[in-house]
Ligand binder design. Structure first.
Ligand code: FES
Length: 142
């Protein structure tokens, strides 16, 4: 069996939603200290709906495919639905990632959560800090 699914290869070769958004409503940037990869997500939000999302990822193919798929999964969704997006759902939507590459999908989940937190912060909206685990101190990527 091939190491990477056709979907992973498709999103890696033809990533969706690459780029930046001018005047975004939320920006999230996360990095993985071990592999050195960095992911940045830009959100445009209207009436609690993600009307546009773009990403820049400096990282491996799985990180690029995960960013591409994750942005597709939250575009047009409410901020609450986006909050519920898990790295597991991203990996499943890609028809799986090799075990040693699952952390790449974690980067996508965390970048989106970070961007949503930025949106909440900018607008002075209340939130539960527990919903936004501190990347530095979580063990997802270990
Ligand atoms: Fe670092 Fe994939 S190896 S995100």
């Amino acid at each position: 069996m091939a190491l990477y699914s056709e979907k992973v290869m498709d999103h890696f070769m033809h990533p969706r939603n690459v780029g930046i958004i001018e005047n975004p409503d939320g920006v999230g940037e996360v990095g993985n200290a071990k592999c050195g990869d960095i992911m940045k997500i830009y959100l445009k939000i209207e009436n609690e709906t993600i009307v546009d999302v773009k990403f820049e990822t400096f990282g491996c193919g799985s990180a690029i495919a995960s960013s591409s798929m994750a942005t597709e999964m939250i575009k047009g969704k409410s901020i609450h639905e986006a909050m519920d997006l898990t790295n597991k759902a991203v990996a499943e939507a890609l028809d799986g990632l090799p075990a040693h590459k699952l952390h790449c999908s974690v980067l996508a989940e965390e970048a989106i959560k970070n961007a949503l937190k930025d949106y909440y912060d900018r607008n002075g909206l209340p939130y539960d800090a527990k919903d936004f685990p501190d990347c530095e101190h979580c063990d997802h990527c270990q």
